[in-house]
Design a protein around this ligand. Structure first.
Ligand SMILES: O=C(O)CCC(=O)C(=O)O
Length: 257
């Protein structure tokens, strides 16, 4: 695979902070992931409802979630961007059941993450259809060139995060709506402004986000606790070598088959 493959473009990633969507999983693989997700949260895909389950770390508990997060095709793309040594350090299911009124505010991921240096590539995989009415992922191309850490504010009760950026703090006219089919993925950087609206439809929105970094990045375990992501942040070397060993206390093994 080369950087000019299909719609994965390193140049676009560098200039616009994202690339894709690309067809990553087959429709059958996406459907299997969706079914496994609903089973894990104790629901039937045909009757999706609210879930009290914490959204992160399924890859540490379920082999299918680890296998999906380390899909060779995903790692091939990540390698084009991050190089041969790749660490998977977090995964999150972004699930919005039908009529879920919460929105994800505009944010740049690494503003919340105690990592140094700030290097991350997220692969955001649509496991089901995503479109405007069910609150598809939105992002602002080119927004990764300036950090907005100091501008974060407390937000209203409909926000899924207590702090973030309000719409008047970003140029929403430049936002793109990533309407995607099951199995498609978009890749974006630690600094790309993104968020999503409420699900105003009867179709659940199920996405799996994979966070990749490189071994030269150090995580601060206390900072992970402060951000309440210590339960999901575990480093797994998924390709290449770790010549740094900076995160031994966070290292994990994949779950057994
Ligand atoms: O899925 C969403 O709406 C938000 C995803 C997100 O914030 C992320 O993957 O970092």
């Amino acid at each position: 695979m080369t950087a000019s493959d299909a719609r994965f473009s390193i140049r676009q990633l560098e200039e616009e902070g994202y690339t894709g969507p690309v067809a990553l999983l087959t429709p059958d693989e996406a459907a299997a992931g969706r079914r496994a997700f609903f089973e894990a949260i104790g629901q039937d895909e045909d009757a999706p409802g609210p879930s009290g389950r914490r959204p992160g770390g399924f890859n540490l508990e379920y082999r299918w979630a680890h296998d999906l997060a380390t899909h060779e095709k995903a790692l091939d793309y990540v390698e084009l961007a991050l190089g041969p040594d790749i660490v998977l350090w977090a995964t999150v299911f972004w699930y919005k059941e039908p009529r879920n009124a919460k929105y994800i505010p505009w944010h740049q991921d690494a503003s919340y993450w105690p990592m140094e240096p700030r290097i991350n590539l997220t692969a955001w995989i649509a496991l089901g259809p995503t479109f405007r009415e069910n609150g598809c992922l939105r992002l602002i191309p080119g927004s990764h060139k300036a950090w907005l850490d100091d501008d974060y504010r407390p937000l209203d009760a409909q926000s899924a995060f207590s702090r973030g950026l309000s719409p008047d703090q970003v140029d929403e006219s430049r936002a793109i709506d990533l309407e995607m089919s099951p199995g498609e993925a978009v890749f974006f950087s630690e600094a790309t402004l993104h968020g999503s609206n409420a699900n105003e439809s009867d179709v659940p929105r199920v996405a799996y986000s994979l966070r990749f970094t490189t071994p030269e990045v150090r995580f601060d375990p206390d900072g992970l606790k402060e951000q309440r992501i210590d339960y999901l942040a575990r480093t797994i070397l998924v390709r290449g070598k770790d010549r740094y060993r900076l995160n031994d206390s966070l290292m994990a093994e994949p779950p057994a088959d």
